[in-house]
Design a protein around this ligand. Structure first.
Ligand SMILES: [Zn+2]
Length: 318
């Protein structure tokens, strides 16, 4: 359970970003930023696309308060939520699906089929960890652990009814979007979205700050996915966690990622590779988040970048 308790550590060390209402990203596209607060698990960013027939929501957050912001946005805009696109199955991106479904029973949910495998593997392990943790928890910790368990136990309400099994251009709610599928990158199936009308790219957790979140990742295939993102004709890229990026900032991220993999594949010391990331990513990491970035990578180098071969093979689909 080292892996799971370390995720707890990650969250305990989480940094502060103030809660925000929706902010415009491009014409007809708004961002509800995911929140990180200390001792609280994160929400991923949610991106709202206005379409002729209603709203398309990319990722639904984890906590009720985050998902409520999405529902409030839809109500204020007087637009029904017609579709959800989940970038991947991590709970900070799909946790709001049941609430959106309850409010909009006709909603179509687009995602890869990777949740099915995770339900039997990672999420089954995590569920056992939560049941055990709830039994031992203090009163103040118990509620958030129970909320987490309730998300997993929502089961089918989390799952897609439109499986993305290949890259394709689709008309969703009357708006054309390209849905791209990457296999065995951050998870076994990651979806990223390119909006040709505004040249906006929604990357999901293929781009995260202050470090790549490698818990369920195949690092080498993630690098290939970043190559694919680089070849999309985007003007602005919205990451899964962190602020929107211009192309030059994305290239800084991609090159820092490549250097991190090269460093950890060499005999260089872990500290050197961590310093390299913080240096290469440079201004993408706010000064106040540098210590956090260090602590995250201290964990990820051992568990994901210099992993046990069996673990690496499994996450890379071998
Ligand atoms: Zn995430």
């Amino acid at each position: 359970m080292q892996r799971l308790s370390a995720i707890g550590l990650v969250f305990a060390l989480s940094f502060n970003v103030t809660a925000s209402a929706a902010t415009p990203v491009a014409p007809g596209i708004d961002l509800i930023a995911g929140e990180f607060i200390p001792n609280h698990q994160p929400d991923g960013n949610s991106i709202l696309f206005r379409a002729p027939d209603g709203l398309i929501v990319m990722d639904t957050g984890r906590h009720a308060a985050h998902t409520q912001q999405i529902l409030d946005y839809a109500q204020q805009a007087k637009l029904p939520i017609r579709a959800v696109i989940n970038s991947h199955w991590h709970l900070d991106h799909i946790g709001g699906n049941p609430r959106i479904r309850a409010a909009y029973p006709q909603v179509r949910i687009y995602a890869s089929n990777a949740l099915a495998g995770a339900t039997k593997g990672f999420l089954a392990d995590y569920r056992k960890y939560l049941v055990d943790a709830i039994a031992k928890a203090s009163d103040e910790q118990r509620d958030s652990l129970r909320d987490e368990l309730a998300i997993i136990d929502a089961g089918p309400a989390l799952a897609p009814n439109e499986i993305v099994s290949q890259t394709r251009s689709l008309r969703i709610a009357g708006r054309r979007l390209e849905l791209h599928l990457e296999k065995y990158s951050v998870t076994a199936g990651d979806v990223w979205v390119f909006d040709p009308a505004t040249r906006t790219l929604a990357a999901g957790d293929l781009v995260t700050l202050p470090v790549p979140f490698l818990d369920t990742a195949c690092p080498a295939r993630w690098k290939s996915a970043l190559y694919n993102l680089a070849h999309a004709d985007f003007k602005l890229l919205v990451p899964g966690h962190g602020a929107p990026m211009q192309r030059r900032e994305f290239e800084t991220y991609r090159s820092a990622y490549g250097n991190l993999l090269a460093c950890t594949a060499s005999t260089k010391l872990k500290a050197e590779c961590i310093d390299g990331w913080v240096h290469d990513a440079g201004a993408l990491i706010a000064e106040k988040d540098r210590a956090f970035a260090n602590s995250l990578l201290d964990y990820y180098v051992d568990t994901s970048l210099r992993p046990e071969p069996a673990k690496a093979a499994k996450l890379c689909g071998a």
